[in-house]
Write a new protein. Structure first.
Length: 368
């Protein structure tokens, strides 16, 4: 599963300070609960990431200090069980996505990659004892080395050796193959099912803001590398296909040109990896300052109209399909059974996420 290390805590604290510097004046220096809404994946490391980030974003002002020995203040973080979350954790069942992903993994190009790398897979198995290996399972080893490098540890000798005659190290080859698998997570129609729900919420909040509804100024989502990648893919911006680094951030901003009559609105998208700079990204088909109407038109094909229906969970009438048991249904049945024995025993279960062995994962924010 993974928790934040001290390095990870500092990374997110510093990101919070960066956000304070960027949005100071737009966000009040004092924490005001109506200005920000924070949601998180229901994973310990994501909740911890949000907490550390908020500590940097909202150091308590003098009148908000509640303990002179602690320069920190509690700020609400909202979450939901992963099996009910199709936006941040993306753990809610989607049979259509699973079917598309499995088909991609069985495709001739992927089969060719696996066939060409059998010697490499055997090498990894002999060195680690993890197997059988294929392009979709290498992340377990790749993430382990990534964590080691992030904490200043030396890679094991064999990971730094050149692989046969390919002029790259074992470590480099490992991440090259892992990047291929990572790109396939959300390629093609899959991005609509995984990145689409969060993008849909972002746009709905923008529309509500333009209608004059009183909404938070900042929506902050603490998620995973997969959350960041799914959103970027839905926006057509994940062309490099590499797993986002620790404390990476996407910011989607709705901006207003107040000097024009009527007022004009445009959207900016920023991506901040592990550098001090957030890079402005141009959505394909638009300029960096993308007019709002153009932004809506370019992203409409990535917004699921009825996510449950598109996932194959409901039929045309909106009823649950017979024979489909979602994780939430199964958990309801299990929890219903546990209620009968709660006086005798307490059961706590924690399920692993796909990339669950990392020490600290990503922060995702959008500002409207």
């Amino acid at each position: 599963m993974g928790w934040l290390s001290k390095i990870g805590m500092n990374q997110h604290y510093e990101l919070g300070q960066w956000l304070r510097n960027r949005y100071n004046g737009f966000l009040s220096s004092d924490y005001i609960h109506t200005e920000i809404l924070v949601t998180s994946s229901d994973e310990d490391r994501c909740l911890m990431s949000a907490e550390c980030n908020l500590a940097g974003l909202y150091p308590p002002a003098s009148d908000q200090m509640w303990n002179n020995n602690i320069t920190w203040q509690p700020i609400p973080i909202h979450t939901k069980p992963k099996y009910e979350d199709n936006r941040i954790n993306m753990g809610e069942d989607c049979p259509s996505y699973t079917e598309q992903y499995d088909a991609d993994m069985r495709s001739p190009p992927i089969a060719a990659i696996d066939k060409a790398n059998q010697d490499f897979y055997k090498f990894l198995y002999n060195k680690t004892g993890w197997g059988p290996q294929n392009v979709t399972t290498l992340w377990k080893i790749a993430d382990l080395f990534l964590c080691e490098k992030a904490h200043g540890l030396n890679l094991t000798t064999w990971a730094s050796e050149v692989w046969k005659n390919e002029n790259i190290t074992v470590y480099e080859k490992l991440h090259y193959l892992d990047d291929i698998a990572f790109r396939l997570l959300f390629s093609g129609p899959k991005s609509r099912l995984k990145g689409g729900p969060l993008l849909k919420e972002i746009i709905e909040n923008m529309n509500r803001r333009l209608k004059g509804e009183a909404l938070p100024k900042l929506y902050m989502h603490s998620g995973h590398d997969t959350t960041v990648a799914a959103l970027l893919t839905a926006l057509g911006l994940f062309d490099h296909g590499r797993s986002p680094p620790y404390a990476a951030m996407v910011a989607v901003e709705l901006r207003e040109i107040i000097t024009s009559r009527p007022h004009k609105y445009f959207v900016n998208v920023f991506y901040k990896n592990n550098t001090e700079t957030a890079y402005k990204l141009a959505i394909p088909g638009c300029k960096i300052d993308c007019p709002y109407d153009t932004f809506l038109n370019l992203t409409k094909n990535k917004i699921p109209t009825d996510w449950e229906k598109e996932c194959g969970l409901t039929d045309n009438s909106g009823d649950k399909k017979k024979g489909i048991f979602t994780i939430s249904t199964i958990m309801s049945i299990v929890l219903g059974g546990l209620l009968l024995v709660t006086l005798i025993v307490l059961v706590v279960t924690c399920l692993r996420a796909r990339r669950g062995n990392d020490g600290f994962r990503k922060f995702l924010a959008n500002n409207v």
